[in-house]
Design a protein around this ligand. Structure first.
Ligand SMILES: *[C@@H]1O[C@H](CO)[C@@H](O)[C@H](O)[C@H]1NC(C)=O
Length: 692
C-alpha cells in the first residue's frame, strides 16, 4: 500500500491546529523553536530519495542506489554549527548522516562533466563515525561489486552536490544498489515452501470447516456431538477455533482472571501505538525534528521511561498464571515427579512455536512483497536477511542473548525472555512442590535477585536511571543501543515483573483457602498505593537523566534504575492480585465481555504480525520521507491496528489455535496420568489444567 510522503499526504493539516490533542500537544513548542532557529539557514534533509521507478523503468540498464553521506565537521560553516547543535544530545538523530537515494546514471552524467582535478578533489577520504551508521555486508549481501565499481563515483557525485547546496564536504558510501530486473521479485524455493505449507493449512481448515458444518446439518441441531470420535484434523475447523476464542471462563481461576484479557487488549493497543511511533522514527521523515522535539519534552520523556515496561505487564500475567495453575494442580494430590518439569516446558515450547514458525517462514520469503519503496531494502530486506541467518536462535529462544545485534523479528525478544522466565518459574514451582517449607525462602530469593541483578548490571555497564528514547539507534537498529540490546531485552535483569507475578499467584492461592489472608500482609496494602505512585514519581524526572556528556558509573543511579523497574513489576503483581480478589468489583463488566475475551486471546498472534503491519505502512515512503503530523500519526496507528488484528486473527484461527489443539490431543493420547498444562497465553484459557 502506498503511504509515502508524496504530495497527497503532505496536504494534511499542519501541526498547530492540533493543539487540542493531548499527547501531540507537546509537538507545537518544539516545532516553533526549530522554525525560528532555521529562519535563515537550514540543515540538509536527513533523507532524500529520487524516484526509484522513474529511474529503473526509464532504461532497464539503470541502477538505483542508496548511499550514506557523513558530513565533515566545519567550524566555519553556520550550517555545520546548526547540524552540530541539533545532533549534540546523544539520543537525537545524527543530522550529519544523510540517506540519499539516486539513479546511478544521473551521477555518472554529473561526474563526467567534472574535470579530473575536480573529481579528485571531491573523492573525499573517510569521515570517521564512532557508532554503527551503515548496513555493511553482515546485513546486506551482494553489494561488494557495486561498491568496487561505483564507490568512488558515488563519493564524488554526492559530495559535489553537498558542496553545491550547503558548502559542506563529506564522505559518501553506497549502502544498497539494485537493478531493474530486481523489481520483478522472482519466486524462489522459500516462497514455494511457504506457499505449500500454508496452502496445506488452508486446505485443512476449509475441509474441517465444511465437514463441521455438515455434521450439524446431519444432526439437524445446533451443536456438534462432542463424544463422537473424530479425526484430529477436525481441530482445524474454523468453527472450533472461533469457539475457542469465545469460550466463557469455566473454573473459578479462569473467572477470577478473565479481566486479564481486557488488560491485554489495552496493553496491545498501547504497545501498538508506541511501535507505530517508532516506525516513524525508522522511516525516512520530512520532519525528524518534530519527533525529537516531541520526545525532548519532559512529559514524553517521562512516558518514554514507562512505555517500554508495558510489555512487562505480560510477564507478570505469565508468572501469575503459572503459579496459580501449578498450585491448583498440586492441590489435586499428584505424586511429585521431575518429569513434569520437562513435559511442562515441552508443552509450552510446542504451543509457542507453530505460529512463530509460520511467521518466520513468511519473513524469509513473501515479506519481499510488502512494498517497493526506495527504502524497502532496509524496512523489509535487512529483516529478511537477519531471519535467514539467525532465525535458528529464535527457535532455541535465546535470541535476546545471542545475535541480538542481528536479530530476526526484533519483537521476538519478548518470546525468548518469556520462555526463559518460564523455565525458571517452572523450576521454582517444582521446588515449592518438593519442599513446601522453602516457599518463603524462595520468595525472598526472588525478590533479592530482582533487586540486585539490575543494580549490578546497570552499574557495570553504566546505564541510565530510566530507559531513554534514542533516535540515532532507532534510525539504524534499535538494539545497537546498549541499554536496549544489553539490558532491556535480557531476562535476568528484568525478573521483577515475572517474579512478582509468581508471588502474586502464591498469595492468590492462599487467599482461596483463607479469605482474610491479604489483610495480614501489611506490605500488600502499602504497595497497592505506593507502587503506582513510585512508578510515576521515578519516571517523572526522566528528562533530567538525559545527559549530553557521558557520566561515571554510580551506585546511586544503578539503585534508582533497579528500584524503578521493581516498582513497575510490583505494581503489576499487586494490581492483578487486587483485581482478582477484593478489588474485583471495581473491574468494569466490559473487561470480561465475550468480545473482549476473544480479542484478548488474539494477543499473541497480533503481537507477532504487528511489525509487518508497521512495515507495510512505512515501506513505500519516498521523496524526503513521511511527515509526522496528527493526521498521519492517527492514520498510521489506525491502519497498523487494523492490519495487525486482521492478520493476527488469520494466524490465530488457522495456525495457533488448531495446532495447539492437535498437539494437546496427541499428548493426551500418550498419557493416561494427570498432566499439567500451565498455559498463560490467554488463547487456551479453556484448558489451563487438563486431567485426562
Ligand atoms: C564555504 O566554506 C568555506 C570553508 O568553511 C569558506 O571559507 C567559504 O567562504 C564558504 N563559501 C561560501 C560561498 O560561503
Amino acid at each position: 500500500m502506498a503511504s509515502g510522503g508524496d504530495a497527497p499526504l503532505r496536504v494534511t493539516w499542519s501541526l498547530r491546529p492540533a493543539v487540542g490533542i493531548v499527547v501531540l500537544l507537546s509537538l507545537t513548542p518544539a516545532v516553533r523553536a526549530s522554525v525560528s532557529e532555521n529562519a535563515s539557514i537550514s540543515m540538509p534533509a536527513m533523507h532524500h530519495f529520487e524516484d526509484k521507478f522513474g529511474c529503473l523503468r526509464d532504461n532497464p540498464a539503470n541502477i538505483y542506489c542508496v548511499a550514506k553521506t557523513v558530513i565533515k565537521p566545519d567550524e566555519n560553516s553556520p550550517v555545520w554549527k546548526l547540524i552540530e547543535r541539533n545532533s549534540r544530545e546523544h539520543t537525537n538523530y545524527r543530522h550529519y548522516i544523510l540517506d540519499r537515494g539516486f539513479c546511478l546514471q544521473s551521477c555518472q552524467t554529473l561526474v563526467r562533466g567534472l574535470s579530473e582535478d575536480q573529481q579528485k578533489r571531491y573523492d573525499h577520504e573517510v569521515v570517521q563515525v564512532d557508532e554503527f551508521h551503515i548496513f555493511g555486508p553482515g546485513y546486506i549481501t551482494g553489494m561488494e561489486e557495486y561498491k568496487r565499481k561505483y564507490g568512488s563515483l558515488v563519493n564524488v557525485c554526492l559530495n559535489y552536490r553537498l558542496q553545491q547546496s550547503y558548502n559542506l564536504s563529506g564522505y559518501s558510501e553506497i549502502e544498497h544498489c539494485m537493478t531493474a530486473q530486481e523489481l520483478d521479485k522472482p519466486v524462489n524455493i522459500l516462497h514455494v515452501v511457504f506457499a505449500v505449507l500454508y496452502g496445506t493449512v488452508l486446505v485443512l481448515v476449509m475441509r474441517a470447516t465444511l465437514l463441521d458444518f455438515r455434521v450439524i446439518r446431519n444432526h439437524n441441531n445446533n451443536h456438534v456431538v462432542s463424544d463422537q470420535p473424530d479425526s484430529v484434523w477436525m481441530e482445524f475447523s474454523l468453527k472450533r477455533s472461533f469457539r475457542r476464542l469465545t469460550v466463557a471462563p469455566q473454573t473459578k481461576i479462569q473467572r477470577d482472571f478473565a479481566y486479564v484479557e481486557g488488560f491485554r487488549v489495552l496493553t496491545v493497543l498501547l504497545i501498538s501505538s508506541v511501535h507505530t511511533t517508532m516506525g516513524f522514527g525508522i522511516s525516512p521523515m520530512v520532519n525528524p525534528e518534530a519527533l525529537e522535539g516531541l520526545f525532548g519534552t519532559a512529559f514524553m520523556r517521562m512516558t518514554a521511561a514507562i512505555f517500554p515496561m508495558l510489555v512487562h505487564t505480560f510477564f507478570t500475567i505469565s508468572g501469575l498464571l503459572l503459579a496459580v495453575n501449578f498450585l491448583e494442580f498440586i492441590e489435586t494430590g499428584p505424586r511429585f515427579r521431575w518429569s513434569l518439569f520437562f513435559s511442562g516446558v515441552l508443552s509450552r515450547y510446542l504451543r509457542m512455536v507453530p505460529a512463530y514458525f509460520v511467521l518466520w517462514l513468511y519473513q524469509i520469503s513473501w515479506s519481499d512483497r510488502l512494498g517497493d519503496g526506495p527504502f524497502d531494502y532496509r524496512i523489509t530486506g535487512v529483516e529478511r536477511q537477519m531471519c535467514k541467518i539467525n532465525g535458528w536462535s529464535n527457535f532455541l529462544f535465546i535470541n535476546n542473548y545471542f545475535n541480538w545485534d542481528k536479530g530476526c523479528m526484533q519483537q521476538s525478544w519478548y518470546m525468548a525472555a518469556d520462555f526463559q522466565f518460564y523455565l525458571v518459574g517452572m523450576l521454582i514451582m517444582m521446588l515449592i512442590w518438593r519442599f513446601p517449607k522453602s516457599t518463603k525462602t524462595l520468595i525472598a530469593l526472588m525478590m533479592t535477585f530482582s533487586i540486585l541483578a539490575p543494580i549490578v548490571h546497570v552499574y557495570v555497564n553504566n546505564f541510565a536511571e530510566v530507559i531513554q528514547i534514542n533516535f540515532r539507534h532507532l534510525r539504524m537498529y534499535l538494539f545497537q543501543y546498549k541499554s536496549i540490546g544489553f539490558d532491556y531485552i535480557l531476562a535476568h535483569t528484568n525478573t521483577s515483573a515475572y517474579f512478582s507475578g509468581i508471588i502474586a499467584g502464591i498469595v492468590y492461592h492462599r487467599v482461596q483457602s483463607d479469605p482474610k489472608y491479604l489483610r495480614t500482609i501489611p506490605a500488600y496494602g502499602i504497595l497497592k498505593r505506593v507502587a503506582p505512585l513510585m512508578v510515576l514519581a521515578m519516571a517523572a524526572p526522566a528528562t533530567l537523566f538525559y545527559n549530553t556528556e557521558p557520566l561515571e558509573p554510580s551506585l546511586w543511579r544503578s539503585v534508582y534504575a533497579s528500584v524503578h523497574r521493581n516498582f513497575y513489576g510490583t505494581m503489576c503483581g499487586v494490581a492483578l492480585l487486587y483485581w482478582a480478589t477484593d478489588g474485583s468489583w471495581k473491574i468494569p463488566a466490559l473487561a470480561k465481555h465475550p468480545a473482549v475475551l476473544a480479542v484478548g486471546r488474539l494477543s499473541f498472534s497480533v503481537y507477532l504480525v504487528q511489525f509487518n503491519a508497521i512495515r507495510a505502512y512505512f515501506v513505500d515512503v519516498d521523496g524526503d520521507g513521511i511527515e509526522l503530523n496528527v493526521v498521519n500519526f492517527l492514520r498510521a496507528c489506525g491502519l497498523v491496528m487494523l492490519y495487525s488484528y486482521v492478520f493476527g486473527l488469520l494466524l490465530c484461527t488457522t495456525v495457533e489455535l488448531p495446532v495447539a489443539a492437535v498437539i494437546r490431543r496427541l499428548q493426551g493420547f500418550k498419557k493416561s496420568t494427570k498432566t499439567l498444562n500451565t498455559s498463560s497465553n490467554g488463547t487456551t484459557d479453556q484448558d489451563k489444567l487438563k486431567a485426562s
